[in-house]
Design a protein. Structure first.
Lengths: 427, 276
């Protein structure tokens, strides 16, 4: 009797301990989740904090006289419109606004307030609307990046000139312009419509976005059909022998190969042997597809394996040939899993930098690529390139490019979730 | 039973009991010395028996006795299992389905199958039934296909329950309805033989009764071979019973005779509930 009571008591004590350890385990789990959310939050906040300013750019309005003399007459032809000295017109406008500035050195400082890209914008605009030649127009022009940084508050106004990169004179002129109410910040269209540039205020991610897009399309077009077919063959048709075991092991190995090695492979085979165009999204996509392929094959095989064998039996029992059974019944059921794996693999490829460096997609490309054979760069490579430049404008743009890249990745993951939800089969 | 009762001097195969058979019917299928190996181990030893036409042949026996293996060798379903090898011959109307050059796909259109667990495709009820006719090109247009689907559902006794929701997913039906849907799906390709592998083991008694009634009706038109765990079911349903024990066919004969007067010791023990 006493023994039983004692056992009972011990069991009770033990039960208390078990409850305690369960609580402890749950607490650890929660801490782990909160910690990872915390790190994620720090990452996002710091990137957004650094990059958010990029989405605004500073513009300065100036009265520009489109002097007919600069165009060689009142009625210039397209050639004259193209070749006119727009830089000179802008400089003249600055001199008109600040007539007191006469010294050569001061003039140079004055001109530096406006971005060197402003003349190109002006040229394009005038070439499109030549009827304004001979008139004085108020033109909203892009400020240089140092002005931009200062206006947006990224640089303190009372910082020493060496740090704020504007001389006291320049600051005084700028403040005069601000008093006129002609300095404003607006949404930075340049960042989304232009390619790379040496000037931060003229640099955009459009080229990198298009390069990434083309690369990913090539990558998908190659790796999805090949990967799915390989998975279907290996899972449904291949005999189980040493050969297929060997292939399976090697697919798993491929998935673990460091990406830079694929880049070297691409360099050696696609560029040197096949002589495909260097720096092109075609080669980039091919290299990326080498990396995505094993992911798709592995995800595809797992998805096919998850289809209950009873479905195959049902189809066989009705006299379906193995190929029909797979394509009519099994593959559609495996599709959500395959698509999820594909998109996750592609999202990984989207963020891949190292292999693209090897095949020359790291070049300084100003033009936006218009096809898969044009030289291009990709978003992560653009981040890599800009991260190397010390100018504050580029530091800001690096973060902004990361935001764009993360945005695309999130979009793709969202797509994966939606596809899975849409095609999910409820048994 | 209505059929002519004669003293049948032949046999449905090598009946170890040696008792003459009473239920006369020509053999639709004949198995001759069928031995099935999984890897190196034989799971079934030299089974020879007939499946009489328009009769229900039941295969009973404890788990692992080889009854399902035998059933699956009748439409070469064992081919799909890795490492499975079949020796011997199975004749369908006198043609060996294991002869080299036989089209397995063709065989399975003649010999349909219903599985233990209802396995409708996760598609609409209509598409489930229409799949077989579609792949075999049995209907030239939508109207013909509709006719086949509705007829099959009707014959499977399911039409009245699903008439107004043919587009609903087949997986949304109850277990018993799903199994009848699978039977409708098998009927749709107009087989001659229907193999059923414990078709009621996943169903409740009421659903089981419905399926049994259906099998009763179907034998008018089809030859049916059914594997069952339930001796009562074999007794209620079948005309001929085969008892498998440890991979051997130990008893084969008219159902009434097998249950009332078993000859082999293994069958006696099994029926008495001493084993299995």
């Amino acid at each position: 009797m006493t023994e039983t009571t004692e056992t009972r008591f011990r069991m009770k004590e033990r039960l208390k301990q078990r409850h305690k350890s369960e609580k402890r385990f749950r607490a650890y789990g929660k801490i782990a989740i909160y910690a990872s959310f915390g790190f994620l939050a720090v990452l996002f906040v710091s990137i957004i904090y650094t990059g958010a300013d990029t989405f605004r750019e500073t513009k300065i309005e100036l009265n520009v006289f489109l002097d007919p003399e600069a165009f060689g007459g009142d009625d210039p032809n397209q050639n004259q419109l193209r070749q006119a000295d727009y830089n000179g017109l802008i400089k003249q406008a600055l001199r008109t606004r600040f007539p007191d500035v006469t010294a050569r050195k001061d003039k140079k400082e004055l001109y530096a307030l406006i971005s060197s890209g402003a003349s190109i914008d002006l040229q394009n605009w005038v070439a499109a609307t030549p009827e304004y030649v001979g008139q004085t127009l108020t033109v909203r022009m892009q400020a240089s990046d140092d002005v931009d940084q200062l206006v947006k508050g990224a640089v303190e106004r009372d910082a020493p000139p060496r740090v704020r990169r504007l001389s006291d004179n320049q600051l005084a002129w700028l403040e005069e312009l601000e008093a006129d109410g002609v300095v404003s910040t607006r949404f930075n269209k340049t960042f989304f419509t232009k390619g790379d540039s040496r000037e931060p205020e003229l640099a955009g991610v459009a080229g990198a976005i298009m390069g990434s897009l083309y690369s990913i399309l090539v990558c998908l077009a190659l790796s999805f059909p090949i990967g799915v077919m390989a998975a279907v063959y290996l899972e449904e048709f291949a005999p189980k022998n040493k050969m297929t075991d060997f292939i399976e092991i090697n697919i798993n190995n491929l998935a673990a190969v460091p990406s830079i090695v694929f880049g070297l492979l691409g360099l050696a085979i696609f560029l040197n042997v096949f002589q495909l165009p260097r720096s092109s999204p075609l080669v980039g996509g091919m290299v990326l597809s080498l990396m995505t392929l094993p992911t798709i094959v592995i995800a595809g095989r797992a998805a096919l394996k998850a289809v209950p064998p009873s479905i195959r039996e049902a189809a066989f029992g009705l006299g379906a040939s193995p190929v029909r059974a797979v394509f009519d019944q099994v593959l559609p059921l495996a599709m959500p899993g395959i698509l999820t794996g594909t998109i996750i693999g592609t999202a990984g490829a989207l963020g891949e930098t190292a292999p693209l460096l090897m095949i020359g997609m790291v070049a300084f490309v100003v033009d936006i690529p218009s096809g898969i054979l044009d030289p291009a760069t990709a978003l992560p490579v653009q981040v890599f390139l800009w991260a190397d430049i010390p100018e504050k404008g580029f530091a800001e743009r690096t973060a902004a490019a990361i935001i764009v890249l993360l945005g695309f990745t999130c979009l793709m993951n969202l797509l994966a979730i939606l596809l899975r939800k849409k095609y999910e089969i409820r048994w | 039973m209505e059929e002519t009762v004669v003293n049948f001097s032949g046999s449905y195969g090598k009946d170890p009991s040696g008792v003459p058979h009473l239920v006369a019917a020509p053999a639709k299928m004949t198995a001759e010395n069928v031995t099935v190996f999984y890897g190196a181990n034989p799971a079934l030893h030299e089974v020879s028996m007939d499946i009489p036409a328009n009769r229900v042949t039941a295969m009973i026996g404890p788990s692992g006795c080889g009854k399902s293996t035998f059933l699956r060798s009748l439409n070469r379903m064992n081919d799909t299992i890795e490492g499975c090898r079949v020796e011997g011959s199975v004749f369908l109307d006198g043609d060996d389905i294991y002869a080299p050059g036989t089209d397995v796909v063709q065989i399975r259109t003649h010999i349909g199958m219903v599985f233990q667990k209802p396995n409708p495709f996760p598609k609409s009820i209509y598409d489930n039934v229409a799949y077989g006719p579609r792949i075999h090109g049995m209907a030239d247009n939508r109207d013909e296909l509709d006719t086949i689907v509705l007829n099959s559902l009707e014959r499977a006794g399911l039409l009245n329950e699903v008439r107004d929701r043919l587009d609903a997913p087949g997986t949304g039906l109850s277990g018993g309805q799903q199994q009848r849907l699978c039977i409708a799906r098998a009927i749709a390709v107009q087989p001659e033989v229907i193999l059923m592998d414990e078709p009621c083991s996943a169903l409740d008694p009421i659903a089981t009764e419905r399926v049994e009634e259906l099998i009763e009706e179907l034998k008018e038109q089809y030859t049916i071979a059914i594997v069952t765990h339930s001796m009562q079911q074999a007794r209620r349903l079948s005309d001929v019973t085969a008892h498998f024990h440890l991979g051997h066919l130990v008893e084969l004969g008219d159902t009434a005779r097998v249950f009332e007067n078993p000859q082999s010791d293994a069958t006696k023990d099994y029926l008495m509930g001493r084993v299995g």
